[in-house]
Design a binder for this molecule. Structure first.
Ligand code: MG
Length: 385
């Protein structure tokens, strides 16, 4: 028997690694849709190798170009609507949601509506619309399996446990490339420096989020929704080796941890085969060679983005969506070298301070707030240029 899967964002870092995992048990999978934003040349390569039933291209220009040049005879969908249609195709049994940013929300919801299992690599979906997404999943009895190494670790630690016995979740963080950099030197951090993550190889946006530690802030918010625990019970612990992927402490003081090499293919494989650990021949963890695992508390002064994420949860309502949208714009501007590294939290803070919050936002209110935040954040970026 085969399992039908669609991959949203198939040419991104997680998308490509997902295909690599499917290759290990290729005859078990039927590939339904592959969706991309602009990378149509890479999509062509994937079509030749994986023979999807259809594709969706969210960028209209690239869609037209693809249509004009391709020999692909399957279904070709266009725009965000096309991506949503691919995500919401009733044949999907699993949908890997590996889009970047708020653009992941609608397709993920569409996939939930069909009852497909969601392998969720898109953090911004739960950060911005956690309430809506988790409620929809509950109604449809849909499993959301986070692909992130930390949440995969927590999920594994919680198997066989009762959630009311959790005392706290300990999310580990590598601390990124600037863990040891003195605060005075943050002003002059270059783009090239910020893109050099010590342990993980990832897409550009998430690499910058890791350098600012906003990524960890997002993971805190995600953990709150995925495991239904209050934010007070979630703690961040810096662990530079990225070997312990996270831990759960129970009410008797006992702690469970999940360990592994920093390799995203492992949590991807676990989400795809949940709850099984399928054979994989990737390098094994050699603890004797590593010798030491070290830990320290996070530095909220050096990494204000992490504090902003906690603040956004305390403020509630649409604040996490504002946090996310402002961050997306600020990171884009930093990637274009239009603003400095230290401007990123300043812009986010400004947006969280000035944009009107809504206590229980609907999806359309969230979309509006997302747009308003983006335009405010763009203006703030311009002021800083
Ligand atoms: Mg992570």
């Amino acid at each position: 028997m085969t399992t039908t899967i669609s991959i949203l964002g198939s040419t991104g870092s997680i998308g490509c690694q997902t295909l690599e995992i499917l290759d290990l048990t290729r005859d078990e999978w039927e590939i339904n849709f592959l969706t991309v934003n602009t990378k149509i040349a890479e999509l062509e390569q994937q079509i030749k190798k994986y023979h999807p039933r259809g594709v969706a291209i969210s960028d209209t220009k690239c869609y037209l170009e693809f249509k004009r040049t391709t020999s692909f005879t399957g279904e070709i969908l266009c725009g965000e609507e096309g991506v949503c249609a691919a995500a919401g195709d009733s044949r999907n049994v699993i949908v890997m949601s590996a889009l970047v940013g708020f653009s992941g929300v609608m397709p993920t919801l569409a996939a939930i509506e069909t009852g497909a299992t969601i392998a969720l690599a898109n953090k911004e979906t739960l950060v911005s619309a956690g309430d809506i997404i988790t409620k929809a999943a509950q109604v449809k009895n849909v499993k959301i399996l986070a692909v992130d190494s930390e949440h995969s670790a927590i999920l594994q630690c919680l198997i066989g446990e009762s959630s009311n016995e959790i005392e706290k979740i300990i999310l580990t963080a590598s601390g990124g490339p600037f863990r040891e950099l003195p605060k005075e030197e943050f002003e002059s951090i270059s783009l090239a420096q910020a893109l050099r993550h010590p342990n993980w190889s990832m897409g550009n946006k998430i690499t910058i989020d890791s350098a600012t530690m906003m990524n960890k802030g997002f993971e805190v918010i995600e953990a709150k929704w995925l495991f239904n625990v209050p934010i007070e019970k979630i703690e961040v612990l810096v662990h530079p080796q990225s070997i312990i992927h996270s831990m759960v402490q129970f009410q008797d003081g006992s702690i469970k941890a999940q360990l592994g090499t920093p390799d995203m293919r492992v949590p991807i494989g676990y989400a795809l085969h949940f709850p099984h650990h399928k054979p994989m021949q990737f390098p094994r963890l050699d603890l004797a060679a590593i010798g030491q695992l070290t830990f320290s508390p996070p530095d909220y002064e050096k990494f204000p983005c992490l504090q902003l994420a906690f603040d956004a949860v305390s403020m509630g309502g649409a604040s996490p969506a504002i946090l996310n949208a402002a961050n997306e714009i600020a990171v884009q501007a930093f990637l274009k070298e239009e603003i400095r590294f230290i401007d990123i939290p300043v812009i986010i803070h400004k947006c969280m301070d000035t944009i009107q919050n809504v206590s229980h936002p609907t999806l359309s209110e969230l979309t509006t707030i997302d747009e308003v935040t983006r335009s405010t954040a763009r203006q703030e970026c311009l002021k800083l240029r």
